[in-house]
Write a new protein. Sequence first.
Length: 105
Amino acid sequence: MLEITFDEDACYQLPYELLRVYSPSADVSGHGPGQEVLQTGKKDVGVSSVTPVGSYVIQIDFDDGHDTGLYTWEYLHKLGKNQGELWKDYLLRLGIAGASREPSP
């Protein structure tokens, strides 16, 4: 879990799985609305490293090899603020696709 605190005293605990399945990278979010790629099997995903890129972005490297997402502070705040709705949407999309959070054997 990544815990992040913002100036306005908002503090969020963001599960690695949520960060991974909502990565802002083109691999996950696509190149426009409706092009998102459903991420499956990410229940046990971990983080290998978190690297600041300048003063407004962090790069999160996940232990499944995904390392192309650049997370702005604004995006992390949005994930934290909306994590309940985002999580419900993710589970709904998994169900519709007949997919699972569980990693493949």
